[in-house]
Design a protein around this ligand. Structure first.
Ligand code: SF4
Length: 184
């Protein structure tokens, strides 16, 4: 990415992280990406009642190259999966994904071969939003949680250290299949 990735770890990098985090969280541009019924709730946040413009996000981009947030609103069919991935790949870094609704998060009630059982099989997801459909207030809440995440994102040496720590934790964690009560 930019020059901030080359900065050594320390106080200056910490201050750059804070400044960049504040600027980034206040200028997120979503990509237009409604796939099913959840998209209607997503559209509602653009109206005067919920007013997503308060967060500087009223510009839903029709081009992935001018967007950095993908809100996957609705179930993803197997046929649509490569398109979702292509749109994601065309978005510039850094970029974020919200899985909106139970279908996008896990396949939901569509437990069949035609629907991807969670969009995280295709793209990395930052926030999972439950509900069928989630109300516009819930989407705004997910967006605010994503803002907090963006504000605290690490860069350069700090980012690499955080990645190593996360990987170590993941390797030390109990595999999901062995979690009693979760799956059986
Ligand atoms: S979660 Fe509910 S509202 Fe959203 S796409 Fe699935 S069925 Fe439709």
């Amino acid at each position: 990415m930019g020059i901030e990735e080359k900065l050594p770890a320390g106080i200056i990098l910490g201050q750059v992280e804070q400044l960049v985090g504040l600027v980034r969280k206040a200028s997120v541009w979503p990509a237009t990406f409604g796939l099913a019924c959840c998209a209607i709730e997503m559209m509602a946040v653009g109206g005067p009642k919920y007013d997503i413009a308060r967060f500087g996000m009223e510009r839903f981009s029709a081009s992935p190259r001018q967007a950095d947030l993908m809100i996957v609103a609705g179930r993803v069919s197997q046929k649509m999966a490569p398109v979702v991935r292509q749109v994601y790949d065309q978005m510039p870094n850094p970029k974020w994904v919200i899985a909106m609704g139970v279908c996008a998060s896990s396949g939901g009630m569509f437990n069949n071969y035609a629907i991807v059982q969670g969009v995280d099989h295709i793209v990395p997801v930052d926030v999972y939003l439950p509900g069928c459909p989630p109300r516009p207030e819930m989407l705004l809440d997910a967006i605010l949680k994503l803002h907090d995440q963006i504000k605290g994102e690490k860069m350069g040496a700090h980012k690499r250290a955080a990645e190593v720590e996360a990987e170590e934790k993941a390797l030390a964690a109990t595999p999901t299949i062995q979690l009693k009560g979760a799956l059986r």
